[in-house]
Design a protein around this ligand. Sequence first.
Ligand code: CP
Length: 329
Amino acid sequence: MMNFQGSHILSVSQFDRDSVSRILEVAQAMIPYASRQKRCHVLEGAILNNLFFEPSTRTRISFGTAFQLLGGFVHETVGQESSSLSKGESLFDTARVISGYSDVIAMRHPDMHSVAEFSKGSTVPVINGGDGANEHPTQALLDLFTIQAEMSRFDKGIDGLNIVLMGDLKHGRTVHSLSRLLSLYKNLTITLLSPKELQMPAYIVDVLTNAGHKVNITQTMAGNLNSDVVYQTRIQQERFTSLAEAEQYRGHFSLNKSVYQQYCKEHTVIMHPLPRDARPEANELDIDLNDNSNLAIFRQAQNGVLVRMALFALTLGVDEKLTQYEKEV
Ligand code: CP
């Protein structure tokens, strides 16, 4: 198992299965604190610098919420224009300076591998909140936590599951990171459903096949959604060269009540990293599924707080001290 204390969290490739199990275990232990049944201000006096150089709702706010739930203080920087990066300062120098003001840093940036570059200048742990189309490790961990939690309702674990990843698999960093994590498990059947031009990169398909999983690559929903989990993703319009190019793929794989009834199992769990594109022309994940108890998307977003609390506790070395700092509300 990796030594978490003081480590940057940049890629899911850092983790072996025991490390992932430890993160999920600590996330589970955070439930009473996140739900305000108990208080645990184990990070009182600590400072998180939350640097978001690309738009975010869930990741940025749940990082901040997680840190505050553990008693820490959060400072936010949103947008490159509000930072001296816009004056040409390097990521290394920015990191060296901000890490002097912080105990831990969470960062999102539009460029692939930029968070790793930033981490080289940092003297405190840096957690990747998404770097371009590369990776989104904390999302993948919360996705895995969600799969585990949802499957426990049916007395199933993660090994042996049948999982569909659907949508823009080329640009979707969440499915890249999740696939790498799924490669740590056994005997999965993974269906990769996307337009031909937006297929999962070959190096990620290789990660899944090398893990011994059965991988189906398809462009057809009919006959391919009969799974334990369907994980839908958004067309990542910000990663295309033009909006017109992105528009041609909208609505190819619309998941709605009628499609669910026709092609899914009775209890297929529906996941989506969110945001879902709510414009009618997007035809992505229809709101007519909102009443379906197997729609896990909001539970999934909620689980982000637990997983990020766990990562703060582990990287700051307080995961064994939670009960010591516990107080009744
Ligand atoms: N899932 C996710 O990363 O959402 P945000 O872009 O809102 O952070």
